[in-house]
Write a protein that binds this ligand. Structure first.
Ligand code: NDP
Length: 296
């Protein structure tokens, strides 16, 4: 029997409607505001940033884009982050990745006040995730994937989940999130041996490796749930890391590309921005240990 398609577009749309309603009911004069730092002229990054701004504005979140030349130095970028950290009108700060090679990504991300780190990329928030502490911000793509998995109603506890890819923005936080849901997790990557044999034993497969249609039906156990994070531009158009037409006959649930994980990512980012705003307005517990922080 053919798999049930997990409709990320519809799930994200419902999520936006609920978030928009919550924002419209905020009883304060300020609105949540997200600052997006965009360095350089990468066309794909520009499209992602514009999408974030458009979605934010549609639901009542302000979005300020700070566009910077790719020649900017590390210190100048750190100063901009310091200003945004101190600016009470800014509730969330993200740095669009990748950054130019001469800039130390970890140094830049680490400078963001953890209370405004709505991408969840600071070492502080990734640390909270590994402690399964709900106060931290979880990065948007893994958080969206967890929503998609929960939308299927399948039990996660005790299942074997295989995560293909170990990047800091998808694979690693995804594996930690699944571990926090009591899955037994295997992480595989480009140096893993016998990936196919490992993946074949998994009940849940999350693929984020950027290899067009790598996962075939022969890799998949009957009835597995498959989340395809990959976005690959090929001569035949956009496709994921899973050979969708081949695999859909074997899986029980599967996400399409496009229309699966992608729409959830921005929705989760904006949800984190709303949460950051509420915590900052309510004098909630601040994650920040920055000297002179005024976000309490
Ligand atoms: P990265 O390039 O940072 O990481 C890719 C990971 O996949 C690495 O860990 C790499 O291993 C592993 N890998 C590469 N080739 C293979 C292989 N043949 N077998 C097993 N593992 C392999 O990518 P991202 O994590 O940033 O993104 C992954 C994909 O997800 C991309 O297609 C990207 O466009 C997409 N994406 C989609 C998002 C969405 O919202 N839908 C959001 C973010 C990403 P190693 O570490 O050994 O190099």
């Amino acid at each position: 029997m053919s798999a049930t398609i997990i409709d990320g577009k519809k799930i994200a749309s419902n999520f936006y409607n609920k978030l928009k309603e919550k924002i419209s009911k905020l009883e304060c004069e300020e609105i949540p505001v997200l600052a997006v730092i965009s360095v350089g002229d990468d066309p794909a990054s520009k499209v992602y940033v514009k999408t974030k701004q458009k979605r934010a504005q549609e639901i009542g979140i302000g979005c300020e884009i700070i566009e910077l030349a790719d020649t900017i130095g590390e210190n100048a970028l750190l100063e901009i982050i310091d200003e945004l950290n101190d600016n009470h009108h800014i509730n969330g700060i993200i740095v669009q990745l990748p950054l130019p090679k001469h800039i130390d990504q970890l140094k830049i991300l680490s400078r963001i006040n953890p209370s405004k780190d709505v991408d969840g990329f600071t070492p502080y928030n990734t640390g909270l995730l590994s402690y399964n502490d709900k106060k931290g911000f979880i990065s948007a793509t893994p958080k969206g994937i967890l929503h998609l998995l929960q939308s299927t109603g399948i039990e996660l506890s005790g299942k074997h989940a295989a995560v293909i890819g170990r990047s800091n923005i998808v694979g690693k936080p995804m594996a930690m999130l699944l571990l926090n849901q009591d899955c037994s997790v295997t992480i595989t990557h480009s140096k893993s041996q016998n990936i196919e044999d490992i993946v074949k034993t998994a009940d849940i497969i999350v693929v984020a490796c950027g290899q067009a249609k790598m996962i075939k039906s022969s890799w998949v156990k009957d009835g597995a749930t498959i989340i395809d994070v990959g976005i690959n531009r090929t001569e035949d158009g956009l496709c994921g890391d899973v050979d969708f037409d081949d695999v859909k006959e074997k899986a029980s649930f599967i996400t399409p590309v496009p229309g699966g994980v992608g729409p959830m990512t921005v929705a989760m980012l904006l949800d984190n921005t709303y949460t950051a705003f509420c915590r900052q307005q309510n004098d909630g517990e601040c994650l920040c240990h920055h000297k002179n922080c005024k976000c309490h």
